[in-house]
Design a binder for this molecule. Structure first.
Ligand SMILES: C[S@@+](CC[C@H](N)C(=O)[O-])C[C@H]1O[C@@H](n2cnc3c(N)ncnc32)[C@H](O)[C@@H]1O
Length: 298
């Protein structure tokens, strides 16, 4: 399965990269955006690709290198929180464009074996990262050790699930009998806690899984921490583009961009977020909640 890149042309065109630009793809996955950047600039661009998931780095290498053997691209398996470390290692002080295409790739959902898809006996990990250290924090810890209120708070806060309290209660009741170990077990517990109607199109556990994943990976904390660091590494005239899939993520990006614009440090390229065309949504339903915002550093 390949991940279909979301808002491909909108994001790449909006970054307005030129010949000899330095571009950071902070969420590389299979490198869909980077591939277009390389081809639009005939390879005359330096790409720094970051992904926390070792499998994603392997996918990007397999896709980009054979197609463009002279591509000037370096791969870093890192959390984008460590963008400063990556750029220092690459020997680069300032860059001309940075892209964040947030969230999970379809590959992670369907092939990672880390518990992102509901009807599997995969262990409840839900980490973006593949290689875990012993004792590393995972979805299992949240599901089996967090108190009922904390569970309800994230399912409501990050998942916006109106049945959050009932779901949290069902999780706590089920784990009193035995630990909840697999994605299938968790999705069955959620399904048993919510009304049967209204879930023809999506699995009843969708929002709960999203909430737990956001918490496991501290996804909102990562964006909050990284935005100022990334903006600081842009050259004047350089642009930063973010594609988010969750209203809380978009709110963080919107606020940060507004602050920079009001302080006279940035110019908003997207006054309103750009969203996928109806055709893109029809072809790739996963794109439906995407929002793209771009800022230029002054
Ligand atoms: C939606 S995919 C990117 C898709 C990519 N633009 C493409 O066209 O193939 C998001 C990627 O970001 C990575 N990711 C998410 N959070 C990250 C973080 N904090 N640091 C580094 N990579 C992260 C995930 O592992 C995933 O591979």
């Amino acid at each position: 399965m390949t991940h279909t890149t979301v808002l491909l042309h909108e994001a790449v065109d909006g970054l307005n990269l030129k010949q000899s630009s330095i571009f950071v793809d902070a969420t590389l996955n299979a490198g869909g955006h980077s591939e277009l950047v390389l081809s639009q600039l005939d390879g005359n661009v330096r790409v720094i690709g970051i992904d926390i998931d070792a499998d994603a780095i392997a996918r990007a290498k397999a896709r980009i290198i054979p197609a463009n053997t002279t591509a000037n691209i370096a791969f870093f398996q890192e959390n984008f929180r460590n963008i400063d470390k990556v750029l220092d290692q690459a020997g680069v002080a300032q860059v001309d464009g940075i892209l964040f295409d947030l969230g999970l790739s379809s590959n992670q959902i369907e092939e990672s074996g880390r518990g992102f898809s509901f009807k599997t006996d995969e262990p409840l990990l839900m980490t973006m990262k593949k290689d875990l250290l012993p004792g590393e924090f995972t979805a299992f810890d949240i599901v089996n050790t967090w108190g009922e209120d904390s569970l309800a708070d994230i399912i409501y806060g990050y998942g916006e699930d109106r049945f959050a309290r009932r779901i949290a209660k069902a999780i706590v009741t089920a784990r009193e009998i035995q630990p909840i170990k697999t994605a299938q077990e968790l999705s069955d517990i959620v399904a048993s806690a919510v009304p049967k109607f209204g879930f023809k199109k999506i699995n009843p556990a969708t929002k709960t899984f999203q909430a737990i994943r956001i918490a496991v990976n501290d996804e909102l904390g990562a964006i909050k921490e990284t935005l100022p660091k990334a903006f600081a590494r842009l050259n004047p005239g350089g642009r930063m583009a973010l594609i988010s899939f969750h209203s809380l993520e978009d709110r963080i990006v919107k606020r940060f961009f507004k602050e920079k614009a009001e302080a006279g440090e940035g110019r908003l390229i997207t006054k309103k977020p750009q969203i996928p065309s109806p055709q893109e949504v029809a072809e790739n339903p996963r794109s439906r909640s995407a929002k793209l915002r771009i800022i230029e550093k002054l």
